[in-house]
Write a protein that binds this ligand. Structure first.
Ligand SMILES: Nc1nc2c(c(=O)[nH]1)N(C=O)[C@@H](CNc1ccc(C(=O)N[C@@H](CCC(=O)O)C(=O)O)cc1)CN2
Ligand SMILES: Nc1ncnc2c1ncn2[C@@H]1O[C@H](COP(=O)(O)OP(=O)(O)OP(=O)(O)O)[C@@H](O)[C@H]1O
Length: 192
């Protein structure tokens, strides 16, 4: 399902937004996802890792920052339409404000981390496939950031079981994920 311009995404987004566990399920699956990520990350040699503040329906990852202080954690801040930059934050999460779309983000004064320095990206999304396809929120934030990032950086999709689908439409610019982290574990994406 690949085409240069695919107009099926907006309708699919509206439908797939509803594919999420209930509140209790989100808390339980988030804890399992963090346990798997904790184990997986413990064995990685990378140091700079980008996480995210969850929007409703996304996995809650913030406790990992405290549990893995050996990493240098960075978080995104929206700087324009479809544009974001990443900032270093302290694990205590001082200097966090509410940004566009109600997403928490570091203050502009927090030290910037150049995109090329990020070694692992934990990526949110509305839906993913096991082969690493991602359906985001439709503004191209992650596609643009990942296009500029180090091509060697590891892209880890993070989502609930309900957000994993057999197939999704993709376009030329869509960034592929390398790994998929769910409550079942962290798996390498099969390229298909
Ligand atoms: N946690 C988290 N942070 C993230 C993202 C994400 O998916 N998750 N993004 C990943 O890209 C960026 C924000 N992307 C967004 C893109 C569109 C809308 C948006 O338009 N929201 C409105 C309108 C939706 C609509 O018209 O369909 C809304 O939800 O009401 C919000 C955020 C950057 N930070
Ligand atoms: N690398 C890029 N450079 C410029 N524009 C881009 C790039 N990647 C995506 N876009 C543009 O961003 C818009 C949204 O793309 P798409 O629908 O794939 O977003 P998404 O991956 O769902 O969103 P997000 O990453 O914000 O969650 C499209 O108009 C696309 O052309």
């Amino acid at each position: 399902m690949t085409s240069p311009r695919d107009d099926s995404k907006p309708a699919l987004r509206r439908v797939l937004r509803a594919s999420r566990p209930d509140e209790a399920g989100q808390i339980a699956q988030s804890a399992e996802i963090r346990t798997h990520l904790l184990e997986w990350l413990r064995h990685r040699e990378e140091k700079v890792i980008a996480s995210f503040f969850a929007l409703p329906g996304e996995a809650l990852l913030l406790p990992l920052m405290v549990e893995l202080p050996q990493f240098r954690w960075v978080l995104p801040r929206i700087t324009g339409d479809g544009l974001m930059e990443f900032h270093h934050v302290d694990p205590g999460l001082k200097d966090i404000v509410t940004g566009p779309y109600g997403i928490s983000e570091p203050t502009p004064e927090s030290p910037v981390c150049p995109l090329e320095e990020v070694e692992i990206f934990l990526c949110p999304g509305i839906a993913f496939t096991r082969s690493g396809k991602r359906l985001g929120r439709g503004k191209g934030f992650y596609d643009r950031a990942l296009a500029q990032a180090d091509p060697e950086a590891v892209r880890v999709a993070v989502c609930y079981r309900e957000q994993v689908h057999p197939e999704l439409p993709t376009e030329e610019h869509d960034a592929r994920m390398h790994c998929l982290a769910t409550a079942d574990g962290v798996a390498e994406c099969s390229r298909s």
